[in-house]
Design a protein around this ligand. Structure first.
Ligand SMILES: Cc1cc2nc3c(=O)[nH]c(=O)nc-3n(C[C@H](O)[C@H](O)[C@H](O)COP(=O)(O)OP(=O)(O)OC[C@H]3O[C@@H](n4cnc5c(N)ncnc54)[C@H](O)[C@@H]3O)c2cc1C
Length: 302
């Protein structure tokens, strides 16, 4: 029995969902990506610790998946195992007067609604970001001059070796679209958010207003992974791309959005290869015309 088969057997014993050669285009908002050798749905922390421990011993690599909204997965797929969290990791609960404990698999939408319904302010900016709490805490997701680092007080995680741990405050090393988790390989299991008292009506109207802004400016009608590039200091990637005349430029099924040049959309049947070629074309053109290097925000996997 090889390492993957052994891990698969353990996962079944632990009550996880187990899928072989799972097409990743089903799990990414880009609708792109070949098969993952093994795809596990883990629903309890004890099982997650055991899976990590065994994968570590067997030398099988684990890729933590959130909602797949910031991923570009290779057409050849992902070797090793993808771990997706479900079950208890989807819970959101109030703890103390203004704090929430959010499972890593809870969607940002669920957390935003929950906070609004409890008259808690601080997450309005995240309404409309299609990620999970785990993915958002990993990425330090942000919009409209705010980001997760303003509200995250602590993250619980499981290490690559299967140990439970926690990072608080400065230990989270938040920066622009990065965190301590960008390097440490741990799987975030839950996030403690520190919010403040607010007026539910006002919170709700701010959420609506920001969502309307999104709908007006972003190509939400087509599959994408959001902004493909990070914001270069002092500029907007979308504006630079538009100024270089690249709006609507297409490689295979991948296209620079006509609505927002910072987005590459899957206009139909795009492959990872198409997107990578288009990214390269954009980076070369923008550098040639402006001297600015665009760095990818989207995570390339596999
Ligand atoms: C239409 C659209 C609009 C968007 N708008 C915004 C925006 O305004 N602002 C913004 O910041 N982003 C935006 N995004 C990008 C994306 O939604 C965010 O980056 C989001 O935080 C990613 O979360 P996810 O759960 O989908 O993570 P995934 O895409 O699944 O994963 C992203 C990274 O996080 C890691 N990860 C996920 N879960 C865990 C976990 N539990 N433990 C450890 N690591 C984990 C993954 O391994 C991967 O490296 C947008 C995307 C789309 C499609």
């Amino acid at each position: 029995m090889d390492s993957l088969e052994e891990l698969e057997r353990s996962a079944r014993e632990l009550g996880c969902g187990v899928y072989q050669n799972e097409p990743m285009d089903r799990h990414t908002t880009f609708r792109i990506g070949g098969p993952a050798d093994l795809f596990l749905v883990v629903r309890e922390k004890a099982a997650l610790r055991e899976i990590c421990k065994r994968a570590w011993k067997l030398g099988v690599q684990i890729f933590p998946l959130g909602n797949g909204s910031n991923l570009l997965v290779s057409d050849a797929g992902i070797r090793g195992t993808v771990v997706s969290l479900g079950g208890e990791f989807q819970k959101v609960a109030l703890c103390g007067a203004t704090e929430l404990e959010c499972g890593a698999a809870a969607s940002l939408a669920k957390v935003c609604k929950f906070a609004q319904s409890r008259a808690l302010s601080g997450m309005e900016f995240a309404w409309g970001i299609p990620g999970s709490m785990g993915g958002a805490a990993f990425m330090n997701a942000g919009a409209y001059d705010h980001s997760l680092q303003e509200t995250v007080a602590a993250c619980n995680h499981v290490t690559l070796q299967g140990e439970a741990g926690i990072l608080r405050g400065k230990e989270l090393q938040y920066g622009y679209r990065r965190s301590a988790y960008s390097e440490n390989g741990c799987m975030i299991t839950s996030i403690r958010l520190k919010l403040r008292r607010g007026d539910p009506e006002q919170i709700s109207s701010e959420m609506k207003e920001l969502y309307e802004r999104r709908k007006r400016k972003q190509p939400l009608e087509l599959p994408s992974a959001g902004s493909i590039f990070k914001r270069p200091p002092g500029h907007y990637a979308g504006t630079l791309i538009e100024q270089c005349g690249l709006k609507g430029r297409q490689v295979g099924g991948a296209m620079v959005s006509e609505k927002h040049a910072g987005f590459i959309v899957n206009a139909g049947g795009a492959t990872c290869r198409d997107v990578l070629k288009l990214i390269e074309l954009i980076q070369e053109t923008v550098f040639r015309e402006t001297g600015i290097r665009l760095e990818c925000e989207v995570k390339k996997v596999g």
